[in-house]
Design a protein around this ligand. Structure first.
Ligand SMILES: C[S@@+](CC[C@H](N)C(=O)[O-])C[C@H]1O[C@@H](n2cnc3c(N)ncnc32)[C@H](O)[C@@H]1O
Length: 208
């Protein structure tokens, strides 16, 4: 997702991005056709095993990168065309895709994931629902489960009225996730998609 990547239907309401419409029109500048470089590099040094949830998975490139080692990887997206597109790729392991709103998940999604991987879902939702996002991650994970994320610190938007992606700073991340998560490590990813170098930040947290 790049600046202006998610125009708003209603600038007064940052929830109003019509993701399905963007997919149907083929306007998906966030889709790079490959997994997040930060995730690829993490996987090269640390296995991610067990059950993994990827909210806002888009076409599922990260899901498939994770499925190469993890037992079951569930990619969730609220846009039917994203799920359909993800399903059109050849299977690499135990991955599957579900249509759903991560902020209002089915009860069956709660509590038993070992990992949640975040990449450009947090920056796509309204800043006003970030606390709900943090609660949704905590609900999805088992106690001791891990939340691995690449956050888009600086997407280059001059104003939130431009719509997503919405940036965040480290202090806000501390405040949003402190209640339910212990910070294990954080780092500047050595590699990023072209144009995002130095603008992302990775954190690995454990659910209390
Ligand atoms: C900017 S795109 C990123 C997609 C993917 N992570 C990638 O990097 O290619 C944001 C995605 O989040 C999805 N999304 C937005 N809000 C969501 C929600 N509440 N629950 C599930 N998916 C959501 C959108 O449909 C879209 O596919």
């Amino acid at each position: 997702m790049e600046p202006g990547g998610g125009e708003l239907l209603d600038p007064e309401n940052p929830m109003s991005t019509d993701w399905e419409d963007r997919y149907q029109r083929g306007e998906t500048p966030w889709d790079k056709g490959a997994p997040s470089p930060g995730l690829v590099d993490f996987l090269a040094r640390h296995p991610v095993t067990g059950r993994v949830l990827v909210p806002g998975c888009g076409f599922g490139h990260d899901v498939r990168a994770l499925a190469a080692s993890a037992g079951e990887v569930v990619g969730m997206d609220l846009a039917p065309s994203a799920v359909q597109g993800a399903e059109s790729f050849p299977k690499v392991g135990g991955e599957r895709y579900v249509l759903g709103d991560f902020l209002n998940p089915d009860p069956g999604f709660c509590g038993d994931f070992d990992w949640v991987w975040e990449h450009t879902c947090f920056c796509a939702i309204s800043p006003s629902v970030r606390q709900a996002y943090a609660r949704a991650v905590a609900s999805a994970l088992r106690p001791g489960g891990e939340f691995l994320a690449v956050f888009y610190l600086d997407p280059g938007n001059s104003s939130p009225d431009e719509g997503p992606p919405f940036g965040v700073d480290k202090e806000e991340l501390d405040a949003i996730f402190a209640a339910d998560f212990e910070l294990l490590e954080e780092w500047l990813p050595l590699r990023a998609y072209p144009g995002r170098e130095g603008r992302e930040w990775m954190r690995r947290m454990r659910r209390r």
